[in-house]
Design a protein. Structure first.
Length: 430
């Protein structure tokens, strides 16, 4: 399917555009989507400072779950009303922040009521990205990239002028969590950030195409790929993980180097899991460094062996897979993985990969499409739950092989070493 046809089909059949998308007279070079629920309106001023000269349209999707009160977004609505504004149609207003930076606010509650709790931020991002795609399609926005972020971020405008690989489906941007005046909050956030880096480092070590960070607050999505995977999943959490997992199947997710996005360290319960709730649990702990949050390196070693076996089986689908699992991974681990793979119908998948993959490269692509980031995580969780329990940060820093390509003696030094390993600039690590 051509890129043009994919976008046309998506907008016609799958886009979530409550009341359609208004026609805008102005044009911008870039577009960014930000879901907004119960936020301090100070972020509007922060973005205005960051994008003084950027040709940017910020699509602000104001939403609230049914479990909250209508007053949750009043402060943001009041702040927007103080800007020079142009009502467009029900629920849509254009706000001129400066000559080159505007905000298109979408009041999702006015358009369709409170958001179902099981769709939450995913629905808000979906509406925002679908409006962005429409504006790109109309050439109201000239760049084909949709920038995704949250209200707790701070951006360097130079990120908008970067050139991303044309073959990429998305870009995972460098990020860091800013320290706050609350040492406990900063420490807890640092530990949780290290868990995210730890996972990516280990996927890198086994050469997985899913070795990238999955933060909706710091990523860029190619509009054609977004349409090809039928948009943002309607989930109240992990919508960014599931979207990037889908995008990685239609094109590589590029891991950017250099400067990135700064994120405020904060405790939040906007979503049922993720950074905010995890930081809260760490702050409740007597010693956050003794909370078992880090997957054991042996989980990834087994995963790497399993992927190698899977590659071998795709070339020889009549292999006795159970015997090889036992031989290479042991009786207990092999039996558990055999049961999990059987639940997924792996033998049918292997036959398809063998028949459809007419070259080594094609077979590897088919394997990575089937054995995707979600399945990789399921394997890690099975190994964690039954064979290799999670480690605390203290344990993970003492044991060898826990931080591929990096080494440090303190959490802060470890974070800085990881930034250097990823090629993230020093200015982004503070």
């Amino acid at each position: 399917m051509t890129q043009r046809r994919a976008i046309d089909q998506y907008l016609a059949q799958y886009a979530l555009l409550p009341m359609g998308c208004p026609e805008l007279e102005s044009e911008w070079q870039h577009v960014m989507v930000l879901p907004c629920f119960d936020e301090d309106p100070l972020f509007i001023h922060r973005f205005a400072q960051s994008f003084k000269t950027a040709s940017l349209l910020l699509i602000l999707v104001i939403n609230r779950p049914v479990s909250s009160t209508p007053e949750a977004n009043q402060a943001v609505k009041t702040a927007l009303a103080a800007l020079p504004s142009h009502p467009l149609q029900l629920g849509f207003n254009l706000h001129e922040v400066n000559p080159s930076f505007s905000i298109l606010s979408i009041d999702l509650e006015a358009l369709e009521g409170a958001t179902p709790c099981n769709q939450g931020v995913g629905r808000a991002r979906r509406v925002g990205c679908d409006v962005a795609l429409t504006l790109i399609d109309r050439e109201t926005v000239s760049s084909p990239w949709i920038y995704s972020t949250d209200a707790d971020t701070e951006w360097d405008a130079s990120l908008l002028s970067r050139t991303w690989p044309s073959e990429a489906s998305a870009v995972s941007l460098p990020f860091t969590h800013r320290a706050t005046e609350d040492p406990a909050l900063s420490h807890a956030t640092l530990i949780y950030e290290l868990t995210m880096h730890h996972y990516v480092l280990h996927l890198q070590a086994i050469d997985s195409p899913y070795a990238f960070h999955t933060l909706g607050s710091s990523c860029v999505i190619h509009s054609h790929a977004y349409a090809a995977v039928r948009g943002m999943p309607l989930r109240n959490a992990a919508e960014d993980f599931y979207l990037l997992n889908k995008l990685a199947k239609v094109g590589p997710v590029h891991c950017a180097r250099g400067a990135g996005v700064s994120i405020t360290s904060r405790q939040s319960n906007r979503v049922p899991f993720g950074t905010g709730p995890a930081v809260g649990r760490l702050m409740d702990a007597k010693d956050p460094c003794e909370v078992p949050l880090f997957y054991h390196a042996d989980c990834f070693a087994v995963l790497g062996q399993l992927l190698q076996l899977f590659w071998h089986w795709s070339n020889e689908p009549e292999t006795d897979t159970q015997a090889q699992l036992t031989e290479h991974l042991g009786t207990a681990v092999g039996a558990d993985l055999q049961r999990l793979l059987t639940q997924w119908g792996y033998q049918k998948a292997l036959r398809h990969i063998h028949q459809a993959g007419r070259s080594d490269a094609a077979r590897r692509q088919h394997i990575h499409t089937w054995f995707d980031g979600f399945k990789l995580l399921k394997v890690i969780h099975l190994l964690r739950d039954h064979h290799f329990p999670n480690l605390t940060l203290n344990e993970a820093m003492r044991l060898p092989d826990q931080w591929p390509g990096t080494h440090a003696s303190t959490p802060t030094a470890l974070r800085d070493a990881i930034y250097q390993h990823f090629g993230w600039t020093e200015s982004n690590s503070r």
